[in-house]
Design a protein. Structure first.
Length: 285
């Protein structure tokens, strides 16, 4: 095999995302110290749809924020598409990463129209003016894509996006985040603030877009049912560590009761550890 062929093979086998021994502590050395990332190691293959589960304080949202560059990590390395982005600021990573937040009012300019918001999304990483962004081609494409939502918004492109319902806004935000087919899509409990009907609509849209565009995706959720129904891998986090990592046939065999049992085992173990600590304190104090 030639050197060139070996390099190509190595590149094709390289994960799209790699976290190596990543640490993050907030409020270090104070009574409010929190350690949401305690040496995280995680590889994510291109095209993989990973569901991230965990209780409050497990580190799941911190994991997404670290990838997005929302704060500097304390130690370790974050690679995206073969590049070390560990020290890149958030705005530089935004050219490679699409993101949808939990709050339907985050990630958009509420007083701007649907068209203007998409114009900004379409300019991400491009050196083109607003004239291009407001071109007839973009408007026609946007109208077609919005019509697929079946929310009656295709004829309301001049409406302020802040005037829409949470479900409508979150659906549009998802379209914006994926408009330029990002290298990595981050979904941070993006249906948690929606009513059940709207949440189901946005989840169906999410699954459809990810499958159609073959997007590498990390999705944080509290919903065990979403974790079972979506994606090809489940990463379960606890106290800043990856506790379980299920993929392929392991993931396919999981049921909601299995996930609940694993969380209950963690809770029971922590209670036992705390009871043992209390006994030791009572014995030696």
């Amino acid at each position: 095999m030639t050197v060139h062929a070996q390099q190509s093979l190595s590149s094709s086998n390289r994960p799209l995302v790699r976290l190596t021994n990543v640490y993050k502590t907030f409020h270090a050395g104070t009574v409010n110290e929190v350690r949401p990332m305690r040496g995280i190691n995680l590889d994510i293959a291109e095209g993989s749809f990973v569901i991230v589960l965990g209780g409050n304080g497990s580190g799941k949202s911190t994991l997404l924020n670290a990838m997005a560059g929302s704060f500097p990590i304390d130690a370790g390395r974050i690679e995206l598409d073969g590049q070390d982005v560990s020290t890149w600021p958030e705005h530089r990573r935004a050219a490679l990463i699409g993101r949808v937040f939990q709050n339907p009012f985050s990630g958009t300019a509420p007083n701007m129209s649907i068209l203007d918001n998409f114009s900004l999304a379409a300019k991400r990483g491009k050196f083109r003016g607003l004239n291009w962004a407001h071109s007839r081609h973009l408007q026609d494409e946007l109208r077609d894509r919005v019509r697929e939502l079946k929310m009656g918004l295709e004829d309301r492109l001049d409406s302020a996006i802040g005037s829409l319902s949470g479900g409508q806004r979150q659906a549009l935000t998802l379209l914006m985040a994926t408009w330029l087919k990002p290298k990595l899509l981050l979904l941070d409990e993006h249906t948690a603030a929606l009513d059940p009907k709207s949440a189901d609509q946005v989840i169906a849209l999410t699954d459809r877009i990810i499958a159609r565009e073959r997007l590498t995706t990390l999705m944080v959720t509290h919903s065990m049912q979403q974790a079972i129904n979506l994606g090809d891998r489940i990463v379960m986090m606890h106290s800043g560590n990856v506790l379980h990592d299920f993929s392929d046939t392991q993931k396919q065999r999981l049921r909601v009761d299995d996930l609940l049992a694993k969380f209950e085992n963690v809770r029971r173990r922590e209670l036992l550890d705390e009871s043992a600590a209390e006994l030791l304190r009572a014995r030696y104090i």
